[in-house]
Ligand binder design. Structure first.
Ligand SMILES: *Cc1c(COP(=O)(O)O)cnc(C)c1O
Length: 334
């Protein structure tokens, strides 16, 4: 797909670097030993607002003309993007309205409010929540920012790839959590343009994997949404998807799905062996390694966010059974 040149990614990185945190990039001895090849973790759970979403949101806000910035921003979000957009808006002293569905956990709504967002809760799915966006655009003249299918968002997320490859030039494989695909598209586009031999593997949860289903169908499709430990990976990719679907068709080598049990175990494993507290969405790379026995050489896991409900996280590390809506995940009482 055209327009996503390395030069564009480099320009974006330069624009957002003064605002974002250069997050730690660590080697995991435990995982390297376990999988028999070097394993690294890019810790964007330590990014401002608790997830990598701040990279793209910050870029989208900074590339908006000044007079439009002052009218404010509007978005829809499972939480992390909304938080990132609200914080980014505050950087230019303006506000952000965020439309979320009733599926979004309370801790994320609290997080949004803390980041300064004006939260609009309505609808049973992400797609329903999106309908409120139109109203707000019309009423207030705000700029809409798509959480993933926007060129400025994608190039912003790609800065992770640039940071990683500047520290470790001979990466063999990136393990990329996938929802709408902004994160994976940005990193994969950077990685493949720098070195086409780098392998890019996308991972989603089994229940409601919109991008995986779309790639299989060779066109964007709708999927039903379910509660998941990887709640940040929920939501559709949009039937009129403009960028991320095609970019992933071009730049993603493989797509794998993991179960709720796989995610549960990976969250425990990251906690007990690397002292990492992260979201289910960030543990899917490790979950896929465990499930599929992938041979990936020098591997980079993207730890994408830390905004997990701490009560839920505590239950998981204690091995307790977890109930998410109709879904029961049986613990393993370590
Ligand atoms: C949004 C998000 C993802 C997925 O990113 P997309 O660009 O939507 O594919 C993964 N992890 C976390 C923590 C997220 O917030």
């Amino acid at each position: 797909m055209q327009g996503f040149t390395l030069n564009k990614f480099l320009k974006t990185q330069k624009r957002i670097t003064p605002h974002i945190t250069q997050t730690p990039f660590i080697h995991s001895s435990y995982l390297s030993e376990k999988f028999g090849s070097p394993q690294y973790l890019k810790l964007d759970n330590f990014q401002k607002t608790g997830s990598f979403k701040f990279r793209g949101a910050c870029n989208a806000v900074l590339t908006t003309p000044k007079e439009d910035q002052q009218k404010g921003f509007v978005g829809f979000s499972t939480g992390n993007f909304g938080k990132a957009l609200a914080y980014s808006a505050s950087l230019v002293s303006t506000k952000a309205y965020v439309c979320v569905s009733k599926l979004v956990p309370q801790n994320k709504i609290d997080g949004l409010k803390m980041a300064g967002a004006h939260v609009v809760i309505d609808g049973n799915t992400q797609d329903e929540a999106e309908k409120n966006v139109q109203k707000i655009i019309q009423e207030k003249g705000c700029s809409f920012v798509d959480p993933f299918d926007d060129a400025n968002i994608i190039t912003g997320q790609g800065s992770i790839g640039l940071e990683v490859l500047s520290e470790l030039s001979d990466v063999d494989t990136f393990l990329l959590p996938v929802s709408g695909g902004g994160l994976a598209a940005g990193i994969a586009a950077v990685a493949k343009q720098i070195n086409p031999n780098i392998r890019t593997i996308g991972i989603s949860m089994e229940n409601g994997a919109a991008m995986a289903e779309s790639l299989k169908a060779k066109k964007p499709v709708l999927v039903q949404e379910y509660p998941s430990l990887a709640d940040s990976l929920g939501g559709g990719i949009g039937l009129n998807n403009r960028y991320t679907f095609k970019l992933l068709q071009d730049y993603l080598d493989d797509m794998r799905l993991v179960s709720e049990d796989d995610i549960y175990d990976a969250l425990q494993e990251l906690y007990f062996n690397e002292a990492i507290v992260c979201e289910g969405a960030s543990a899917v790379g490790l979950a896929a390694m465990n499930r599929y026995g992938l041979k990936t050489g020098k591997t980079v896991h993207i730890i994408s966010g830390r905004n997990i409900d701490m009560g839920l996280h505590k239950k998981i590390i204690q091995g307790m059974t977890v109930q998410l809506g109709d879904i029961t995940i049986t613990g393993n009482k370590k």
